[in-house]
Design a protein around this ligand. Sequence first.
Ligand code: IVH
Length: 677
Amino acid sequence: MPRTASSRVESRIQALRERIRHHEERYYVHDDPEISDAEFDALMRELGELEGAHPDLVTPDSPTQRVGGRPVEGFETARHAAPMLSLENAYSAEELGEFHARLCRALDVAEDTALPYVAELKIDGLSIALTYEHGRLTRGVTRGDGVQGEDVTPNVRVIRAIPLSLKTDPGLVEIRGEVYLPRDAFERMNTEREQAGDPVFANPRNAAAGAIRTLDTAAVARRGLRAFMYQVVRPGDAESERGSHQDVLRGLAGWGCPVEPHWEACAGLGDILAFCDRWAEQRRTLKFDTDGVVIKLDDLALRAKAGATAKCPRWAIAFKYPAEQATTRLLKIDLNVGRTGAVTPYAVLEPVVLSGTTVSKATLHNEQEIARRDLREGDMVLIEKGGEIIPKVVKAIESQRPANAVPWQMRRTCPSCDSRLVKPDDEVVWRCENASCPARIRRGLVHYASRRAMDIEGLGEERVDQLVTSGLVKDYADLYHLTVEPVAELDRMGNKSAAKLIDGIAASRNADLWRLLHGLGIRHVGEGGAQALARGFGTMDALRAASLEALKSVPDVGDVVAASVQSFFGEVKNGHLVDRLAAAGVNMAAQTAGEALGAQPFAGRTFVLTGTLGGMTREEATELITARGGKVSGSVSKKTSFVVAGTEAGSKLDKARELGVTVLDEAEFQALIMKSS
Ligand code: IVH
């Protein structure tokens, strides 16, 4: 019988969903992708288009339904079907031995019995309970206090390691596991927070907990959370008490759930100790942080027999690796001036190897902390690295204090510009309030040019340093007035690099509004906040005119961000800076707003064509530009957005380079056209 068109669409949709889930699983569960990101995106696009044309065929477990857009109002409290217990900790082989002996007694067997255990890596994240009804994910709840947690379902749905539907239908199950942030995502998150002037997270666990409780699901999706599953609870069903934990782990993997693959069956205490020993070093090669090993009785019937205390099961224990420590000399306490003017002390240490890396700096937080621990320059200090990336100074070893060591005093003037530092009574951080402070300007420029802001290639710390020191650049707007000649004269520059740098700066004129908002370095406005503001207001003018109420009404913009944005634009000099950026041709509108206005992506842009284009006539190129709302001009000026240079381009190309206008070759021009189609 011939198939109808709609059943063909349905089966194509089904096939796409299966392929997409397969590739999500390869990427997020097994870390072993089979196709490129572009190929994956093409599958997603096709599915999105088909579902767009057939909205009746959209199901909640379709991969297109992960992408969160709607903000969450707040989280409801949800009770766990069965309490989520915690684990007791063991810090040494002796304590592991005591655990084993206790368990043997509880099970009425001799203490030298090789009980069947499973050892798993302990993931430094936060525990989560996922409910699947007939194979479909219906609820995700944090552990909370173990009895009740927060219903974070919309956020769980955007974690791509977590299947929206299981490969087979196990009826009603609650799957428990750990949501975590891989090391690289953790570092990214902290860098972003640092750049937004927000306090950084001390460890991946806190960061993951912060991320899962974010009210903007799209922001959660960007964080890059992952998950591992390790437990199945079937409410009111004795099946949870049959079989082995090994079968549970294999079963979970078979359902398409992420299971940390390094678990091992261990026969008795000896195997357990060997596993813990082996992973003490090997854990550093993992992409996520692990602070220990969880040892669990393998036999589920034996587990039931061993039982639990009010808080912890008797059949499992967490072995924690000690935080690694070292002693070294605190050579000096130095000050760092941040972009927002925060002046923070840090320790300069005699280099020492800790957790496999050489450490020569450590955070000291603030003046009060240093005083509280009476840290003095010249002291021998104990430093420690736990889950954190940056080590911390635990204490000074007073018995080894040099006779001439004196209590440390924070200077009251900026180490860079010498202006007086300011600190409100209720805060701990001293600030340099001089907006022209060279250290602040340098930091600000590096941030402005960074990849997640204006993305100016070649403008890193060293170049910024040269540009500021030479006096060529005093603020962001000055960048757009740079010309090749003076830049080329800077040390180790030359014409070619200078022209390239200026091309890069010029290209940033077209950056989307959120990048500019992020780059401006408004306090508390990170990448996510900048995107929310750009989405909410569409243009810089609208944002500048916005009332506090209007700012607060934007999803994911809270009181702190709203107040900070108002105070930023309330400063006359900030207004001037933005005006100068606008006058220099920097884009002041959100691209998404432009799209909404009706396919005029080149509105406000002027193009100049020069040389011979191989693939099209000038008329065709002009047509392509004007159809997208752009203008074509015959001569190059500072206002020109792009010069499109074909072969044998002449003086217009030279002029463009001289003025720092972005030059596109034919392929780049075609790519721009494609992107804007
Ligand atoms: S089993 C009743 N397995 O560690 C036992 N927990 O310190 C439930 N954790 O609350 C936990 N990795 O959040 C288990 N492989 C693992 C784990 C793990 C990390 C967390 C979990 C638990 C905490 C206890």
